[in-house]
Ligand binder design. Structure first.
Ligand SMILES: NC(=O)c1ccc[n+]([C@@H]2O[C@H](COP(=O)([O-])OP(=O)(O)OC[C@H]3O[C@@H](n4cnc5c(N)ncnc54)[C@H](OP(=O)(O)O)[C@@H]3O)[C@@H](O)[C@H]2O)c1
Length: 305
């Protein structure tokens, strides 16, 4: 298996002397956790200068905080952002997203690109709330983006271009790994990498409980468990070796690892994980269908007014 490469940028890459600054202004509608992760990542990677970023948030205190911390422009008015930005990141919660889009749609700059990070809101719904022909890209990031180690899938809307996809990859590459897929695969992404951090935290917590059971302190057990998961993923990505091969490397005849592995197989760990990803994928699909039905209801209600 070839070594897996990622598009992750690091602070060192930002210092390599090349100017990789993106042109234009990037606007964030909603500047919570995900937006802050992206802002921090893009600034660290040297993709944008603080003055190129505009963000909106309803809370003045949050605006003040981000302005002070990153030197970016902040406002409590969404329209101020879309009037200026050529790339608009839709980074509010899914339940408020359509309201925000209806609020700003008429003020979008011609040719601006909209990038939605909202979980479960399909491109069809996003496009129906924007002026005809607006280029839209939908992404599904995950929470490790908050520490620059995210995994993000990117899907193009009906009029988005190759350049839009490249630009989106550059932006999300600043906070981790990116991959471009068709939208119909985003439910599977949500089931795997989108929901995956929750599975991994459960695994780490369970391993740390196990460590305590066999006599380690809670602190040591948790740290050892987390570093084992982190290090194993790093070893796999950096060597490009198949996980089965790396497992075999730890497993000596009659040894400890094979005794543990036998117990995991007997407990159905593989099947349980496959079932978990399948269930989460199914749920993501259901939520997407609900979002389409709700958008249609909203459209019909607004026609009746
Ligand atoms: N966090 C993740 O790792 C993750 C992963 C995948 C996808 N996402 C997606 O990313 C989006 C943002 O998630 P998040 O975790 O960053 O949520 P968050 O921390 O709650 O951020 C949302 C921000 O939007 C603000 N807001 C609320 N109403 C607004 C409005 N009308 N106009 C402008 N801003 C408004 C909120 O302000 P208040 O706090 O004052 O309400 C908050 O600061 C969601 O759609 C989510 O599905 C997040």
């Amino acid at each position: 298996m070839p070594a897996m490469t990622t598009t992750a940028s690091t602070p060192t890459e930002a210092d390599d002397g090349k100017d990789k600054t993106l042109p234009g202004t990037i606007g964030f509608l909603g500047t919570g956790n995900m937006a802050e992760a992206l802002i921090k990542g893009m600034l660290t990677a040297g993709l944008v200068k603080p003055e190129q970023i505009w963000g909106s948030d309803p809370r003045q205190s949050r605006c003040q905080q981000l302005k002070q911390q990153y030197g970016i422009n902040m406002t409590t008015h969404n329209i101020d952002v879309v009037r200026r930005a050529s790339i608009i990141m839709l980074s509010v919660k899914p339940q408020v997203l359509l309201g925000v889009m209806d609020e700003v749609a008429a003020y979008l700059k011609p040719k601006s690109l909209c990038v939605s990070v909202a979980a479960g809101v399909p491109l069809q719904v996003l496009e129906s709330h924007l002026p005809k022909g607006t280029r839209v890209v939908r992404v599904m990031p995950n929470t490790p983006a908050l520490v620059g180690a995210g995994a993000t899938a990117i899907a193009a809307g009906s009029t988005a271009t190759e350049d839009d996809l490249k630009l989106t990859q550059q932006i999300f590459g600043a906070v981790g790994f990116t991959v471009v897929l068709e939208e119909d695969q985003l439910d599977a992404v949500t089931g795997l990498s989108g929901s995956g951090p929750a599975y991994m935290f459960l695994v780490i917590e369970a391993l740390s409980d196990a460590g305590v059971k066999v006599g380690l302190s809670r602190y040591n057990a948790l740290a050892l468990a987390a570093h084992t998961v982190l290090g194993s993923a790093k070893l796999l990505l950096e060597t490009g070796q198949h996980p089965g091969h790396l497992k075999d490397m730890v497993t000596s005849p009659g040894g400890t690892a094979i005794a543990g592995l036998h117990t995991l197989e007997a407990g159905g760990l593989r099947t349980t994980l496959i079932n978990a990803v399948e269930a989460a994928t199914r749920r993501s699909r259901e939520l997407g269908e609900l979002a389409i039905a709700n958008a249609e209801k909203r459209r019909l209600a607004s026609q009746d007014k």
